[in-house]
Structures are given as structure tokens and as C-alpha cells.
Design a protein. Structure first.
Length: 558
């Protein structure tokens, strides 16, 4: 685990003997949505710190709000954590395991005169709390007697009151400069069926009350949270100190903010519910399941999380860093294949009509052990439509009338003619000749060409669908919404382009969902779960660095 300020604190605790040398962390997701790349940072941090210090990390579901939580989310979270490469062993816990114990702790605070039942509504509690410049006011019910509070709290548990009629609040300090200490709510009434406890409870603990108790019960030593909980730490400490129970150290770090990426589960859920995306695992989503479906590897995500490090101050990480991590990883592991996404027919006039041959192609130049494969070659081929220009601009070195290029692993070919649609004027076919002496892609006379193109044999090509994904948002910070605008206003209308008539080399016919490839010159692609035998569907994971695309953008002033 790379050095960071949290590790430094753990080292200090080891030197001073705090926690007896133990290190126990936890990853505590609320099962109200799928995990995203921001959670991946927390997962890597918590499990990584535990492993680096000979400790353990708990997976704990903070299932305290039955109105938003589902078993589907629990299963998805478990799958995502495992896929990232982490194992909690026997240390799987739920907040709901501790509902009875939390209730008894609340009773203990009531008996100490440190908690009371309040009849104010949620809106009234907000009004009474005051502001950063105005102190709060005591609730009219703040001075209820202990016995009355105990009786009312028991009746709340028994279901005698409707939702919102009463709350249990801690009695701390309504004039505190920290608004979190102004008699925070500990329990609310919620008549809702829980996915684990069914109808056993109708009062549910608030996060600030439950969080520290869960850590304490599980004997967690280092409770690692994101920065928004820094102002909640005094409350975390107050509850545990008042109860006199095991007291972990809460530590805050900066959450992951990624450019062009939304990190709010509530807003991600809205994208799903409104049909803006196809689901939580849509490859445009920053969810771990979406990244997995898009073709990201757990190794690349872990490496990304390690590189961005752990900081105390919020910042925004360029999404290009995440893309760089997956490029590096797939460059080492992905098999190379040839695919033509926007096919343009090429006829090699001097190649025999009844002939075909197999040429040797390298599977991965970064991995010699990957070996070679055979790719078929014939008279009629497909190349990328964008690899031909009838009137080529400066620095465009691909096919053009009279120009010679290299076909990858094959021959030099020269364009000698162009066929166009008589109505639209669109180029429909190229007529070329080849030099048989250049088999394998090299000329015996050492003549040089400036471009090498990928291709597929028309007679052997596999038809497939390819989905080209781009950023889901047009704004670098989709969380920042101007007055009168909604975050949905910044959804990129061109975040996906579906190409349904692509031509792929025949070796891809047996590719299984989840398999990753580099389409030479085009990028890295992953077989989607929608694929069927003989009808593959590929998702573009990430592009390659495209020098010509950058040149072209400069030329047209983009």
C-alpha cells in the first residue's frame, strides 16, 4: 500500500499501542444503488490498508432505510467487490444485525437524560435548528422526563404512531457552532418493509447514530470516511463516549471527483429511472458494473486508484487518467484483431478471383507468448471508409487515387480507380492493384509507404454490431448546475453511436462475452452480453491515441 496520511496514523497507533496493534477497517455501502468508481477508491483503500497491516476489512451493509434499499443492490455490491479482487471472508455484516442492540443503546441514553422523544415535524426541527449565524432553539419537548421518554420510545417501536409523528433526538447543545450537535435525530418512524427484517421494525436509526455503533460493535479500529463526514466526527465521538463503548478512530479523506462523471447515486438512479441509460450496467455509467461491461479490468481500476493516491483536500481527477490506466493494462493483455467499422469495398484487380490465402498475424506484440494467428486474404476486401480521401488534405497519408499503402500483414496496394453512386456521388468501391512481391507487408526493393491500413476479407468477414461510447456528459463537472438548469440538460446526445454493419475477422466468431480485444488502429473493445453466436456485439472500451484525428481537428479549427 503506498504511503499516505492514513497509513502514517496507523503507524503512530501501532507505536503507541492504541487498539493493541490491531487494524480493522470496513467498507460500509448503503444498498440503495450500484457502486461506482468513487466507491472503488474506498474499497481499494479500506481493503488495501487492512491487507498491508496484517488486519481485516469488513463488508457491512448500512441497511437502515428500507424505502430505498433492495436485495438486488446487495447482490450487485457483493459481486462488484469480489470482481475488484477483494474478499471479506466471514466478515459480512449488516446494520440490521444490530437493530436490537442499537435500540438498547438508545434506551441507555434516555436513562442518562441524553436523549428525548420530540413531536416536532421534520420541517419544524429544521427551523428550530437555526443556522451558522443563528443559534438553535430548544424543542418544546426537550425537557420531557426520563420515564415519559422511555414510554413514548417503546410505543414508537410498537407502531402506535404514524410516520413523522415523533423522533428520538440526542440532547446535546442547541447553541453549538457545529449544527450536527444541535440535538440530532437518532430514530425516525418509518412503516416500511425491510428486505431483511421484514416488518419487525417500524423505527429506523439515522446514519449518524448507527454508523459509530456499527463500527464499535464490530471492533473496527479505523473508520475511514470521505471529507463530508468531517463535521460529523464530533457527533460520532459524542455518541460513543456517552455510551462508554469501544471507540474507533474516524479518519476522513477526499472522495474521488472525476471530470465528465457523475458520482451521486441519487442522480445515477434518476438516469436509470428516466431511461437516459439502459440500466445501472450501461457502459456509459461510472458504476463498477458499467465499467466492467464496457471492458475495464479490475487490475486497471486498482492501478488507477493507487496512482491518484489519498489526499485530505478535494480535487478533480481528469478522466483521461482512468482511460490511461485501462489502455496500459489492455495493451499488455488484449489480443490484436482486425475489424472494419465503416466498411468501404476494395477490389484488387490483379488478384485471382478464385484464390484466397492465409497470412500470419501477431496476436500481441507486447506478449510474445500470445503467438500468432492466420487471417484470410482474398480479392475483395473491406477497409475503413475514413482511410480513403479522393482529394486528400495535407498530412493525410492513407489511400487516395494513385497512392500506394501497406495492408497490415499482407501486401502493398495502389488505388487505380474509384466507383461512385451515380445519384449521391458517394464512393462505393475502390479498384486497386497489389504487388505480390510485398507479401507480409515489406517491399524487396525497400520502397517505402507512409501508411499501413487494417482490412478484412469480404468473403470471410463476420458481420457484427459495434457500440462506440463517449462521455455521458458534455460538462466537465456535471454536479455543478447553473440556475435554471438541471444536470440532465448536460447529457451528451452523442454519448453512444451504434454501428450495425461492421465487418470483423472470422476469428471473432467464437469470442465470449467479456472478452477484450484491440481492434488494430481503432481502440480496445469488449464483447457485450447482448452477443449471440454468429452475431457479436462489441463495446468500445477506450480509443487509441489517434494522431490523425488530432491533426484533423486542428485543421478544421475544432
Amino acid at each position: 500500500m503506498p504511503a499516505n496520511f492514513i497509513q502514517d496514523l496507523i503507524d503512530e497507533h501501532a507505536r503507541t499501542g492504541r487498539f493493541g496493534g490491531r487494524v480493522v477497517t470496513r467498507f460500509p455501502p448503503e444498498p440503495n444503488g450500484y457502486l461506482h468508481i468513487g466507491h472503488a477508491k474506498s474499497i481499494c483503500l479500506n481493503f488495501g490498508l487492512a491487507a498491508a497491516n496484517g488486519g481485516a476489512c469488513n463488508l457491512r451493509f448500512d441497511d437502515t432505510n428500507p424505502t430505498t434499499e433492495e436485495l438486488e443492490y446487495v447482490r450487485a455490491i457483493e459481486e462488484d467487490v469480489r470482481w475488484l479482487g477483494f474478499d471479506w471472508g466471514e466478515r459480512l455484516y449488516y446494520a440490521s444485525n444490530y437493530f436490537e442492540q442499537m435500540y438498547q443503546y438508545a434506551v441507555a441514553l434516555i436513562r442518562k437524560g441524553k436523549a428525548y422523544v420530540c413531536d416536532l415535524s421534520a420541517e419544524e426541527i429544521g427551523e428550530y435548528r437555526g443556522s451558522f449565524t443563528v443559534p438553535g432553539r430548544d424543542s418544546p419537548w426537550r425537557n420531557r422526563g426520563v420515564e415519559e421518554n422511555l414510554e413514548l420510545f417503546a410505543r414508537m417501536r410498537a407502531g402506535e404512531f404514524p410516520d413523522g409523528a415523533k423522533t428520538l433526538r440526542a440532547k446535546i447543545d442547541m447553541a453549538s457552532p457545529n449544527l450536527n450537535l444541535r440535538d440530532p435525530v437518532m430514530y425516525r418512524i418509518l412503516h416500511a418493509r425491510h428486505h431483511r427484517t421484514a416488518d419487525a421494525w417500524c423505527i429506523y436509526p439515522m446514519y449518524d447514530w448507527a454508523h459509530g455503533l456499527e463500527d464499535s460493535i464490530e471492533r473496527v479500529t479505523h473508520s475511514i470516511c470521505t471529507l463530508e463526514f468531517e463535521n460529523h466526527r464530533p457527533l460520532y465521538d459524542w455518541f460513543l463516549d456517552e455510551l462508554g463503548v469501544h471507540h474507533p478512530q474516524q479518519i476522513e479523506f477526499a472522495r474521488l471527483n472525476l471530470s465528465y462523471t457523475l458520482m451521486s447515486k441519487r442522480k445515477l438512479l434518476e438516469l436509470v429511472r428516466r431511461g437516459v441509460v439502459a440500466g445501472w450496467d450501461d457502459p456509459r455509467m461510472p458504476t463498477i458494473s458499467g465499467l466492467r461491461r464496457r471492458g475495464y479490468t479490475p487490475e486497471a481500476i486498482r492501478e488507477f486508484c493507487a496512482r491518484i493516491g489519498v489526499a485530505k483536500a478535494d480535487s478533480v481527477v481528469d478522466v483521461a487518467q482512468l482511460e490511461h490506466a485501462i489502455r496500459e493494462d489492455l495493451n499488455r493483455r488484449a489480443a490484436r484483431v482486425m475489424a472494419v467499422l465503416r466498411p468501404l469495398r476494395v477490389v484488387i484487380e490483379n488478384y485471382p478471383e478464385d484464390r484466397s490465402e492465409e497470412l500470419e498475424a501477431i496476436n500481441n506484440p507486447e506478449d510474445p507468448s500470445a503467438g500468432v494467428r492466420r487471417v484470410p486474404f482474398s480479392r475483395v476486401l473491406y477497409v475503413e471508409r475514413e482511410d480513403f480521401r479522393e482529394d486528400p488534405p495535407k498530412q493525410f497519408f492513407r489511400l487516395a487515387p494513385g497512392r500506394e499503402v501497406r495492408l497490415r500483414y499482407a501486401y502493398f496496394v495502389r488505388c487505380v480507380g474509384v466507383t461512385k453512386d451515380p445519384h449521391s456521388g458517394e464512393v462505393t468501391e475502390l479498384r486497386c492493384t497489389y504487388d505480390p512481391a510485398t507479401r507480409g507487408g515489406d517491399a524487396p526493393d525497400q520502397r517505402r509507404v507512409k501508411a499501413t491500413l487494417h482490412w478484412v476479407s469480404a468473403a470471410h468477414a463476420l458481420r457484427g454490431e459495434v457500440r462506440l461510447y463517449d462521455s455521458l456528459f458534455t460538462r466537465a463537472d456535471p454536479e455543478e448546475v447553473d440556475a435554471g438548469r438541471d444536470f440532465l440538460d448536460d447529457v451528451n446526445p452523442r454519448s453512444v453511436e451504434v454501428l450495425r454493419d461492421c465487418r470483423l475477422e472470422p476469428s471473432l466468431a467464437a469470442a465470449s462475452p467479456g472478452s477484450r480485444f484491440q481492434f488494430e488502429r481503432l481502440g480496445y473493445f469488449c464483447v457485450d452480453a447482448d452477443s449471440r453466436l454468429g452475431a457479436p456485439v462489441f463495446n468500445r472500451t477506450v480509443t487509441l491515441r489517434d494522431t490523425w484525428a488530432k491533426i484533423e481537428r486542428r485543421q478544421v479549427g475544432r
